[in-house]
Design a protein around this ligand. Structure first.
Ligand code: LLP
Length: 439
C-alpha cells in the first residue's frame, strides 16, 4: 500500500486494508446506502476553515464560504454554525443559506448577471454587500434599490489583469475574462457609484481564479487592488472593506498549494507594510474548504479489456463528477478495500454515452467487477455541478461526524426527476407504441 498520505488525510486514510473517513468504514457506508454516494467529513471541513481562522486571529476579518463549491444544506449548516458568512451567485443560493440557518446579513452577492428580481430579493433580505461587476449593473442596482426605498451596499469587483496560472476555464482575473471592471476604469466606476442615491460604497473586491497553487498571483493582485484603494480614497470615497475572493487550490495529485494560514500570513504582512492591516477583510474560499473533505464512492460494473486500453466501467459518471470531462481534471481513484495483488492499467469510465465520460485515465488498479472505488477530492464542484444527463438520478450524500453518518441528501428518485414535466398531447394507443411489434 502506498505510504503517501491521500488527499483528505488525516480524515481519510486506510486502517489495515479498509478505507475510512473519520471513524466510518467507507465499504460499510457504500453497502448500506448504495452507490454512487458522496461522503463528506465534517472534521475535515472545520480543519480547513481553522487554517483561515488561525491566520486572522486579532484581525477584523470574515470568511464567506463560496457555496457554489458545494451548496448542499448539510454542508452549509456546518459552515453557518462555525460562524462563516456566505458568498452567493444567485437568489437560489440565498434561499439555501436561509434554509440552512445562515443570516442574510452575512451574505455577499457576486456574479456578472444578477437579475432585477434577484437584486430585489437580496435587498429585501438585507444582505451585507453586492459585489458589482459592471457599470451597467451599478445603474440597474441603483434603480432597483431606489424603487424599494433602500440603499444597496456595494463593492466593485476589480479585474486586476493578473495571471493566476490555472486552467483557462477557471481563471477570472485576466483582461479577456468576463469578470469585474478593468482596473483602469475602476476609479471612474467608483465615482459614478458614489453619486447614485440608491448605492452606498462599502468595499472593493477581487477574485482572480480558482485552483491557484502559488502565492505570487495573490500578492500581485493585492498590490494592484491597494493601489486602486489609494486612488479611490484620494478622490474622497472611503473603502471600508477589502475582499480578496477565493481561489486557493487543493492537492488533487502532487499539487502543493500554500496552506491557507501561510498564504494569508504573507498577504497580511503585505497589507500591514502598506498600512492597510486594520482594514476590514473578507474572503470567499470555496474549494479549499470542502474539496478534500469529500469522496465519491462507486461500484465497478464491468471490466472490459481492449486492444489499446482496458476499461473499468463504474456506476458514477460525468453527470456526478463533471470535472474530468470539463477541465480534464485529475482526481485520484482508490479501492475501498486494499489488497496487494498485482494491479492493471485502466481507464476508469462511467456509463454515459459519450467518450468524454471518463473519470480517470491510465490508472493502476487492482479491482474486480462488484468491488468499490473512491474518487477522491470530490467535495467541491462535483455534487454542486451534477446533472441528470442520461436520466441518471443524482447521488445521495452523507455527512460523517466521528462515528456517525448523517444522510444529508437522499438519492434522487425517478419521481423527483419527472416532477414538473408535462405531456403536451392526450395519450393515444397505436401500433407503433406496442413493444416488440414485428412489421
Ligand atoms: N468568489 C468568486 C467570485 C468566484 O467566482 C469563485 C469561484 C469563488 C469565490 C470560489 O473560488 P474557489 O475558492 O472555490 O476556488 N467549477 C470549477 C471551479 C469554478 C470556480 C468558479 N468561481 C472547478 O471545478 O474547478
Amino acid at each position: 500500500m502506498t505510504s503517501t498520505p491521500l488527499p483528505g488525510a488525516p480524515f481519510l486514510a486506510y486502517r489495515d486494508s479498509q478505507l475510512f473517513i473519520e471513524d466510518m468504514g467507507l465499504q460499510d457506508l457504500a453497502n448500506t446506502h448504495g452507490t454512487p454516494l458522496f461522503v463528506y467529513s465534517k472534521a475535515a471541513m472545520l480543519h480547513a476553515l481553522a487554517a483561515y481562522q488561525r491566520a486572522f486571529v486579532g484581525r477584523d476579518a470574515k470568511v464567506h464560504y463560496a457555496m457554489k463549491a458545494n451548496s448542499s444544506l448539510g454542508v452549509l449548516q456546518v459552515f453557518a454554525q462555525a460562524g462563516c458568512g456566505f458568498d452567493i451567485v444567485s437568489a437560489g443560493e440565498l434561499e439555501r443559506v436561509l434554509a440552512a440557518g445562515g443570516q442574510a446579513a452575512d451574505v455577499i452577492f457576486s456574479g456578472v448577471g444578477k437579475t432585477r428580481a434577484e437584486m430585489r430579493m437580496a435587498l429585501q433580505a438585507g444582505i451585507a454587500c453586492f459585489n458589482v461587476e459592471s457599470e451597467a449593473e451599478l445603474d440597474v442596482l441603483n434603480q432597483v434599490a431606489v424603487s424599494l426605498g433602500k440603499v444597496a451596499p456595494v463593492s466593485i469587483r476589480v479585474n486586476p489583469n493578473v495571471d493566476p496560472k490555472t486552467h483557462p476555464y477557471i481563471s477570472t482575473g485576466l483582461k479577456g475574462n468576463k469578470f469585474g471592471i478593468a482596473h483602469e476604469r475602476t476609479l471612474q466606476a467608483y465615482q459614478h457609484a458614489a453619486q447614485l442615491p440608491g448605492l452606498k460604497v462599502v468595499g472593493i473586491d477581487c477574485h482572480i481564479g480558482s485552483q491557484i497553487t502559488t502565492s505570487e498571483p495573490y500578492l500581485d493582485a493585492l498590490d494592484k487592488v491597494l493601489d486602486l484603494v489609494e486612488q479611490i480614497e484620494k478622490a474622497g470615497i472611503r473603502i471600508h472593506h477589502l475582499d480578496f475572493g477565493g481561489g486557493l487550490g487543493i492537492n488533487y495529485n502532487n499539487d502543493t498549494p500554500p496552506a491557507a494560514d501561510s498564504l494569508w500570513s504573507a498577504l497580511l504582512a503585505r497589507l500591514d507594510a502598506r498600512g492597510f492591516g486594520q482594514r476590514r477583510l473578507m474572503i470567499e474560499p470555496g474549494r479549499s474548504l470542502v474539496g478534500n473533505a469529500g469522496v465519491c464512492l462507486s461500484e465497478v460494473q464491468y471490466l472490459k479489456p481492449g486492444e489499446q486500453k482496458n476499461f473499468c466501467i463504474i456506476d458514477a459518471a460525468m453527470n456526478d463528477l463533471p470535472r474530468p470531462a470539463m477541465y480534464e481534471a485529475f482526481h485520484q481513484i482508490v479501492p475501498l478495500v486494499h489488497t496487494d495483488k498485482p494491479a492493471q492499467l485502466y481507464d476508469v469510465v462511467g456509463p454515459v454515452c459519450e467518450s468524454g465520460d471518463w473519470i480517470g485515465r491510465d490508472r493502476l488498479l487492482n479491482i474486480q467487477a462488484g468491488e468499490k472505488l473512491a474518487v477522491l477530492s470530490a467535495g467541491a464542484y462535483c455534487m454542486s455541478m451534477a446533472s441528470n444527463y442520461n436520466t441518471r438520478g443524482r447521488a445521495a450524500e452523507l455527512l460523517v461526524d466521528g462515528n456517525q453518518a448523517h444522510v444529508i441528501r437522499q438519492r434522487e428518485t425517478m419521481a423527483d426527476q419527472l416532477r414538473g414535466e408535462v405531456l403536451p398531447f392526450p395519450q393515444t394507443r397505436h401500433a407503433s407504441n406496442t413493444p416488440n411489434t414485428k412489421v
